[in-house]
Design a protein around this ligand. Structure first.
Ligand SMILES: Nc1nc2c(ncn2[C@@H]2O[C@H](COP(=O)(O)OP(=O)(O)OP(=O)(O)O)[C@@H](O)[C@H]2O)c(=O)[nH]1
Ligand SMILES: [Mg+2]
Length: 483
């Protein structure tokens, strides 16, 4: 059933995410991003569930504070290239979480072993590898059942975390807003609940016979303690859900305000590290943190921008997506992702220099459908054109006929993108033909900002305008109609 394990190697200062530009200090500094990043690095140590943590959550939580790690994947389908890319992405995630990746192994298998994820022989090989490398944590490229985690930990005699826990950890480190933090904390608790050490009969029975090892898994607190912890976590989750619901109402109000003023909205979505924030900065000059790291952005940033014709719209940067985004996270971030569902236009940014951009497009679309944003018109923005090969760009052009090629770094294609956004925004519903006296110049400015000017002429009596505007502005213009 099993064949030889593949050992793609990752250097200690893993290069999964590095490109030369980012090695230069300050190369990616945009509008004070550096400061932002320093701030965040400083925050990192205290982030997490530090407020009111119970002992158990604390113990669980420290497990994903990764240090020297070895990555393991079970490769069930697809090509070896895909399997290795998946592990390379896991390496990038681990580094983003602050870990040092020592090695990575893949096992070919029909499906993960129900007991130990890897086959038992390979699991023992993994233990030797862990010892030889001096690793303290193993990261599995999948979501493991609570029992699998415990069993594999016993065999390899090191901490074992799965991809889901790792992504949750990265999110926890990156969330800065109150809402983002609450969303991540909720997802973490949901994940942790069935994984509290020593929980339930089945696990204690499993661990009872073994005796040896003496790892963390066997040091589970007593049943009563676990029960108390569980109840406390449930209470905390209920409180978080209430808080998130309240914050959502606040955002809903703001959104309604924007809708009333009928300013069209554009949402930027895309795979993590595709260059979404860089693009937002290019389009608006907003100083959003840009970083060669996964999930640099977790909180939606709303900015104002204008089309080349002068029409105003709002543009929102969103959390990046990744393959197999933990379901708990999608749920927790649903309210954030609703920004995408409510948008008039979706700019789907994809990294043209990535080895598998089509896979990324598909992964993002899966999440977009999951949050009911599948109906929003989509414009594919192929970014990093400066770093992409002509062949890769040609392949993307063929797969995605409706696309714009840009480089947020060099500015290439940005004007074309601005035009394309202008053309793709919904047209306001009412066409007006008005003569506005110069004394009411404010109305002219409003038509320019909120509507679409089709023709404009300055006459002795005032400004003659033919334009498309939203209903509320049309009502204000009632008295100026030309007959
Ligand atoms: N070569 C090149 N690199 C780019 C370009 N745009 C962005 N990058 C780099 O790609 C990395 C990620 O950029 P971000 O804008 O933070 O990406 P993001 O999609 O917002 O990422 P998350 O918020 O982490 O999901 C950074 O190192 C950028 O400097 C580009 O056009 N060309
Ligand atoms: Mg970002």
């Amino acid at each position: 059933m099993t064949s030889a394990a593949h050992h793609p190697r990752y250097s200690a200062r893993a290069d999964a995410l590095m490109d030369d530009a980012d090695v230069r200090p300050g190369a990616e500094d945009v509008d004070g991003a550096q400061l932002d990043r320093d701030d965040r690095a400083a925050l990192r140590r205290v982030a997490g569930l530090s407020t009111e943590t119970t002992d158990v959550t604390e113990v669980e939580y420290r497990q994903v504070r990764l240090e020297r790690v070895i990555l393991v994947g079970v490769w069930t389908a697809g090509t070896v290239d895909e399997a290795e890319r998946s592990l390379a992405e896991l390496a990038a995630l681990a580094e983003t979480a602050g870990a040092m990746v020592l090695d990575g192994v893949i096992q070919r298998r029909d499906r993960p072993d129900p007991a130990t994820y890897l086959g038992s022989g390979k699991a023992r090989e993994l233990r030797d590898l862990v010892r030889a490398a001096g690793a303290d944590t193993v990261v599995c490229d999948g979501e493991l059942s609570p029992a699998q985690l415990v069993r594999l930990e016993q065999v390899v005699d090191a901490k074992v975390v799965d991809r889901t826990a790792l992504i949750l950890d990265v999110f926890a480190q990156h969330a800065t807003s109150r809402e983002g933090k609450a969303q991540v904390a909720l997802a973490q608790m949901q994940y942790m609940l069935p994984r509290l050490r020593g929980w339930g009969q089945s696990l204690s029975r499993q661990m009872g016979g073994g005796g040896g090892g003496g790892g963390m898994a066997t040091r589970g607190p007593g049943e009563t303690k676990i029960e108390t912890d569980r109840r406390r976590i449930h209470e905390k989750m209920a409180r978080l859900r209430r808080e998130i619901a309240e914050m959502r109402t606040g955002r809903e109000l703001k959104r309604q305000e924007r809708r009333r003023s009928s300013i069209p909205s554009v949402a930027i979505a895309g795979y993590t590290n595709a260059g979404k924030s860089s693009l937002l900065n290019r389009l608006t000059g907003a100083g959003v943190l840009v970083q060669n790291a996964l999930f640099a952005t977790l909180d939606p940033t709303v900015r104002r921008a204008t089309t080349p014709a002068g029409r105003a719209y709002t543009i929102t940067d969103t959390v990046g997506f990744v393959r197999h985004l933990p379901h708990h996270l999608v749920e927790a971030f649903r309210s954030t992702l609703e920004e995408v569902a409510e948008a008039d236009l979706l700019l789907h940014v994809v990294d043209g220099s990535h080895p598998a951009p089509l896979e990324q497009l598909a992964a993002v679309r899966a999440v977009i459908r999951d949050v009911d944003a599948g109906d929003v018109p989509e414009l594919v923005v192929v970014n990093k054109a400066d770093a992409a090969t002509p062949a890769a760009l040609a392949a993307l052009a063929e797969a995605e006929p409706r696309h714009v090629v840009v480089s947020a770094r060099t500015g290439q294609g940005i004007d074309t993108l601005r035009e394309a956004v202008g053309a793709a925004l919904p047209h306001p519903e009412v066409q007006v033909d008005v003569l506005i006296p110069y004394t009411a110049g404010g109305l002219v400015a409003r038509i320019h900002a909120d509507g679409e000017v089709l023709a404009e002429e300055h006459t002795a009596d005032g400004t003659v305008l033919r334009a498309r505007v939203a209903a509320d502005l049309a009502a204000d213009l009632d008295g100026y109609a030309r007959t």
